[in-house]
Design a protein. Structure first.
Length: 343
């Protein structure tokens, strides 16, 4: 038995690694299902509501749509809906449990004001709310796991919905099959039971505070990685985007205070040329204790996002078990929900 097999057996008590190995199976299953929603193009825009692991896909869809869609796609991670929202905007509500109170609040407001909602959950109150709504649909995904480990089910279903409704150009079945095959192959060595890539990356960034820097096109991936480090690894991590961080956070990075930081650079060949020049300069001029560079692989923006999302999941899990942390444990979140339930 290898070192990391022993660590996973000892600390990964709820099988986060096992769920992560199923990521592409979950994604493939979501791509193959019949969404059952007809194509519709007369929306003014789409607003994706959701929190935590369930809300991550909305940030990805917003980024992808900014490059390929013909209408705006926003995400909302709060109670209710923004003041500018109206019934001509489609609401896509994602809550893995179906009971996330902020998301339920958004859906209740949308239904009350005559809006249309597509809900994605494994059950819960979300399905009950939408069952009686003539203009709404509930799409059920498989349950039984942590929301952050169900990203394949959730984001895969969201993508399929966008393709089905004509909100994004739909790839062919062959293109999807080829993408999944490439992703399985290109990420295989990030599984600590197969290769050492995640182990090497985890060792490099475990020494200091973690600062993740990325081009804006991959900001959603960096944000999700930061959250996975918070939840899986019990670590503080922050992320910032170039070019925006060149107008503020670049200052401490290029001074002595940067030496206490590990720099994680997330890169993509979809980043703007001027942004690439900024990142290259920053990497040469910044002070940091160590630097990890993660570069998207694949022939499309979606593929590169999925590649980076999967390998960063493995890094967060390896970091967790290396420190004796159960990557599924998150006591503070249910404790807070219990407290809120008494108010």
């Amino acid at each position: 038995m290898s070192e990391y097999e022993e660590l996973l057996n000892k600390f990964d008590r709820s099988g986060m690694a096992s769920w992560t190995r199923r990521f592409f199976d979950d994604l493939e299953s979501a791509f193959q299902r019949d969404i059952g929603v007809i194509e519709e193009n007369d929306w003014h825009g789409v607003i994706c509501v959701g929190m935590g692991g369930s809300g991550a896909g909305g940030t990805y869809l917003s980024t992808i749509s900014s490059k390929a869609a013909g209408l705006p796609v926003h995400y909302w991670r709060d109670y209710g809906l923004p003041s500018w929202w109206g019934p001509e905007w489609l609401v896509i509500a994602t809550s893995y449990s179906g009971n996330t109170e902020e998301t339920i609040s958004s859906v209740e407001m949308a239904l009350r004001e005559g809006g249309s909602v597509v809900g994605i959950s494994s059950g819960g109150r979300l399905g009950d709310l939408l069952e009686g709504s003539e203009n709404s649909v509930h799409i059920v995904v498989p349950g039984g796991q942590m929301p952050r480990s169900a990203f394949g089910h959730l984001f895969g279903t969201q993508l399929s919905l966008f393709w089905c409704m004509g909100l994004l150009p739909a790839p062919s079945n062959q293109e999807l099959e080829e993408m999944i095959a490439r992703l399985r192959s290109s990420t295989e060595e990030w599984d600590p039971l197969v290769g050492t890539k995640a182990v090497d990356a985890a060792r490099l960034i475990s020494k200091s505070e973690i600062g993740i820097v990325t081009p804006s096109i991959m900001g959603c991936v960096a944000s999700r990685f930061s959250c996975q480090l918070n939840e899986n690894s019990n670590l503080f991590a922050r992320c910032s985007e170039i070019p925006e961080m060149n107008h503020n956070e670049i200052i401490p990075w290029t001074e002595d205070s940067g030496k206490s930081q590990v720099l994680v650079l997330i890169r993509s060949d979809y980043e703007e040329a001027r942004t690439s020049a900024r990142i290259d300069w920053f990497q040469d001029e910044a002070n940091f204790s160590d630097c990890l560079v993660l570069t998207g692989e694949g022939t499309s923006l979606v593929e590169q996002m999925l590649y980076l999302s999967h390998i960063t999941d493995w890094i967060s899990i390896v970091l967790a078990v290396s420190m004796g942390v159960d990557p599924s444990e998150m006591a503070a979140i249910p404790e807070l929900k219990d407290h809120l339930g008494k108010i």
